[in-house]
Design a protein around this ligand. Structure first.
Ligand code: HEM
Length: 488
């Protein structure tokens, strides 16, 4: 007992000493340690990182260092200076942070896999012929799931559902069938995945309560079992099978290969469903945007060979859809909130666009949070809280990509896909998927809000930093097959 008390106070003394001994040195960014030793701003950061960082920006400007759970994190919020972080792969390293995170969330360790070779493998599978194959399989699965889920209803009968559940379930199952090619357990995997995904941010921050930890760990084990390659058809040419081979060749043992599949399931499936929800949600709550997209669809449908299933993959690929593209960009500007983190592995001088130089200390972290700037920055986007479907359109309906801050044209004016060496490799696949889904849904179904006055629910603030945001609650919608498709 005495020994425990001694260790406790000794630990407390060391933490307090380390915390109070950290002082801002010459040329370092403003330092804000918070009041609690070691924890610093951990509570505020975990509760709503966006609100917290906006408060810090207000207090310190575009660059500052904060203490969060024992880490000193320099946050840079000037997009004109982002390249000084993104292009330095010698002094700044993503790998140690990623390794810690995937170990904590997925219990995955891949020490022999080189990040560059994994990235190359990923890129190969989301480009060219592979990408076309994946997109066309995704298209087929989306159609058949949507129509099958609706089978058995009499013509003109409305189905009712939460839009978030509807989108997540459809996109997830179609994505799983496409990449994992496992028809026998898609609904079970989805069900288990949602339980795990709901607790994922707490798991990542290490703040699960005892009961939650039990649920998260049980779900994770269930998913490992469900994804287990032992049940796989040995001749499969699926994406999953190929990933499994890649890991085998990199010297990863069978148990770890299996665990890594859950990591890949999450990486590939956690964003598209929520993104589809926000796109349809914004369209349903902004009639002028819905009308603009519907009118783009009407024009496209006149180009369609009537013998083909509408909208066909070829047509979607060949035609430009500037209105939909702007709607998607605007949706992601408001709802994609990645954090780009790097560990400082050697002391570094960071030069910012305004000509300042800041010293970054080895062992600290650097974080870009594009959601605050550029995405929600009023100096870049006028009334940034408002959904403007044509924000990324010029008057002649060409893509608008010129945005400025402080008179300087921006390279990064929205960054939903991240940037640098670990940006989204599935971007093209995701954009095609979302377009297929939205166009197919709007052409085959009547879709409306159950309550015409309903507003889009706010985002769950604990998910800032984890890719696509998710809503705090669902938005009820009803939908039915359009008259023209009753006979299908
Ligand atoms: C709207 C949908 C999506 C968004 C907004 C999105 C966004 C992102 C972001 C921001 C990252 C970087 C994560 C980080 O740095 O922590 C990322 C990584 C990744 N994404 Fe996506 N993603 C989407 C959909 C998809 C889809 C559908 C796939 C594949 C089926 C996919 C595959 C990947 C992969 C494999 C990585 C890891 C890349 C690496 O580690 O090098 N993404 N995604």
């Amino acid at each position: 007992m005495l020994w425990t008390i001694f260790l406790f106070f000794n630990g407390l003394f060391i933490i307090t000493y380390l915390y109070s001994s950290r002082k801002r040195r010459k040329n370092e960014p403003p330092l804000d340690k918070g009041f609690l030793p070691w924890l610093g701003h951990a509570f505020e950061f975990g509760k709503d990182a966006s609100k917290f960082l906006a408060r810090m920006k207000e207090k310190h400007g575009d660059i500052f260092t904060v203490c969060v759970a024992g880490h000193y994190i320099t946050v840079l919020l000037d997009p004109n200076s982002f390249d000084s972080v993104l292009s330095d792969t010698v002094r700044l390293d993503f790998t140690p942070i990623r390794e810690k995170l995937i170990q904590r969330i997925f219990n995955v360790q891949l020490p022999t896999v080189k990040p560059l070779s994994e990235r190359k493998w990923m890129e190969r599978h989301f480009q060219g012929v592979s990408l076309r194959k994946l997109s066309s399989s995704m298209n087929a699965h989306l159609r058949s799931l949507l129509l099958n889920d609706h089978k058995g209803r009499s013509p003109s009968e409305w189905a009712q559902d939460g839009l978030f559940s509807l989108c997540y379930s459809l996109l997830f199952r179609a994505g799983y069938l496409t990449l994992f090619e496992r028809t026998e357990n898609a609904p079970t995997v989805y069900h288990e995945f949602r339980k795990f995904d709901e607790l994922l941010t707490k798991l990542a921050r290490g703040i699960l309560k005892r009961e939650e930890r039990k649920i998260a760990y049980t779900s994770r084990e269930q998913l490992w079992e469900l994804l287990s390659p032992n049940l796989l058809n040995g001749n499969s040419t699926s994406w999953q099978h190929s990933y499994h081979h890649f890991l085998q060749e990199e010297g990863i043992d069978a148990d770890m290969q299996n665990k890594a599949l859950l990591l890949q399931l999450w990486t590939t499936q956690c964003n598209a469903g929520p993104a589809a929800f926000w796109v349809l949600g914004f369209l349903l709550t902004h009639p002028e945007a819905m009308e603009a997209v519907q009118s783009e669809i009407r024009v496209l449908s006149t180009l369609q060979d009537t013998s083909l299933q509408w909208p066909s993959m070829n047509l979607l690929e060949a035609s430009s859809t500037p209105v939909f593209d702007s709607v998607l960009n605007e949706t992601l500007r408001l709802t994609a909130a990645v954090m780009i983190n790097r560990e400082v592995v050697q002391d570094k001088i960071l030069s910012t666009a305004d000509g300042q130089e800041y010293l970054l200390r080895r062992g600290d972290r650097v974080c870009l949070f594009p959601f605050l700037s550029p995405q929600m920055d009023p100096q870049i986007h006028h009334t940034p809280q408002i959904f403007k479907y044509d924000r990324f359109l010029n008057e002649d309906k060409t893509v608008k990509d010129t945005f400025y801050k402080g008179g300087k044209r921006l390279k990064y004016y929205t960054m939903p896909w991240g940037a640098g060496r670990n940006s989204c490799v599935g971007k093209e696949f995701a954009v095609t998927t979302l377009k297929q889904f939205v166009f197919f849904f709007l052409t085959h179904f009547d879709l409306e809000l159950c309550n015409p006055e309903a507003k889009l629910p706010p985002a769950n603030p604990s998910r800032y930093g984890f890719g696509m945001l998710q809503p705090n609650e669902d938005l009820m919608v009803r939908f039915r097959l359009k008259r023209t498709y009753h006979e299908m």
